[in-house]
Write a protein that binds this ligand. Structure first.
Ligand SMILES: Cc1ncc(COP(=O)(O)O)c(C=O)c1O
Length: 364
């Protein structure tokens, strides 16, 4: 891969040329023996990514489909949604919109969820499941999933359902070691495959729990996915070209190695942090809980974050604007997926030029 990456959105992310090319093969039938053989081989590569000895399934749909499916399949009534940003708030909306009796435990945007607050909530009321977003893409905060899952296990038999959408493939996500019942992630972020697929796990106890839930729907029934997966196939016609892309990208990911991939993301985060500190860009996320894959900043006083985003676009670079409530006040740099340190260096120099230009009138 020699092409310079100029695309730093916090998802979707840059996709390698050979991964893109993999999608252009002539079509095959999804019930053919050849496709089944391909899928079985692809399935063998995915557990290393999600760090599980269990099955990893793939849904043709974006992450929100599996966020919704997890609630529909595994919760009859009471769910606790841990929220500290836009995507965890979405899970609360999903829970309510599917008629569940959903409570919310909120931490302020920019802060992580406190495991001890979760403990207190679980002592107040019994829940069938908790949902939590590992990496809040809206704020650049990483929640301490290992600690939260431990508290949940100590206090209750609630399922631990984790959105690892913008962390999986860029930061440690230990499905088995942390005791996660469902880990889900879309492929378009640190996994660096085009949007449209979501990989997910389903623990034995989550599958058992789901059996007792009536009306799990069809597209949203995670047990149906599991049954078909065990037969080597899909519940419906899958997004075949995206699966080809995922297969090629999994070879790249496994060749790099998970630990090396996390270490690269750590270096990218540290480089971004060092740059920001010397340019007066203030982290919007609290110290100690900052994401390895996306950094969210408030620009120096007097600088409009949109001017930085626009300036990047004019120079052929893409970064993220603020998200949700933070749209007017922040900008985000996605340093995930295939981004190398040299790519990031070039972007940061570009932002330097923009800051010099837009900050100058304010300083005068
Ligand atoms: C943390 C997180 N969860 C969920 C989603 C929703 O993903 P999708 O829009 O692909 O359904 C996103 C999208 O950016 C995200 O960042």
């Amino acid at each position: 891969m020699s092409e310079q990456i100029k695309f730093f959105l916090p998802g979707p992310t840059y996709v390698r040329e050979d991964v893109r090319q993999a999608m252009t093969k002539p079509m095959v039938g999804h019930r053919s023996a050849g496709f089944k053989d391909f899928y079985v081989k692809l399935s063998a590569k995915l557990p290393a990514l999600l760090r599980t000895k269990g099955d990893v399934m793939v849904a043709s749909g974006s992450s929100t489909l599996v966020m919704e499916s997890a609630v529909i399949s595994c919760v009859q009534k009471d769910v606790l949604n841990l929220t500290n940003g836009a995507f965890s708030e979405r899970w609360h909306s999903i829970s309510k919109s599917t008629g569940r009796s959903a409570d919310k435990l909120s931490a302020p945007w920019g802060q992580a969820v406190d495991p001890e607050a979760v403990r207190a909530a679980l002592r107040r009321k019994k829940y069938e499941a908790i949902t939590v977003v590992h990496n809040e893409t809206s704020t650049g905060v990483m929640n301490p999933i290992a600690d939260i899952a431990k508290v949940v296990r100590e206090e209750s038999d609630a399922l631990v359902i984790v959105d690892a959408v913008s962390s999986l493939g860029g930061a440690p996500v230990e499905t088995d070691a942390w005791g996660i019942d469902i880990t889900l992630a879309g492929t378009q972020k640190a996994i660096a495959v085009p949007p449209g697929l979501t990989v997910f796990t389903l623990s034995d106890r989550a599958a058992e729990r789901a059996k007792a839930v009536p009306h799990r729907g069809f597209y949203t029934d995670l047990l149906r996915y599991l049954d078909k997966h065990k037969e080597g196939g899909f519940i419906t016609t899958p997004a075949i070209p995206l699966l080809w892309a995922l297969d090629v990208q999994m070879d790249h990911i496994l060749a790099e190695g998970m630990e090396a991939r996390w270490a690269r993301h750590q270096r990218l985060q540290e480089k971004t942090a060092g740059w920001a500190a010397s340019r007066g860009c203030e982290y919007a996320s609290a110290e100690g809980v900052r994401s390895l894959t996306v950094s969210c900043f408030r620009p120096p006083a007097g600088v409009d974050p949109q001017a930085i985003v626009k300036g990047c676009t004019e120079r052929g670079y893409t970064i993220g604007g603020g998200y949700g409530d933070w749209k007017p006040t922040t900008f985000r740099i996605g340093h995930m997926g295939e981004v190398r340190e040299s790519d990031l260096d070039a972007l940061l120099q570009v932002i330097d030029q923009i800051l010099e230009k837009v900050a100058a009138p304010a300083a005068r």
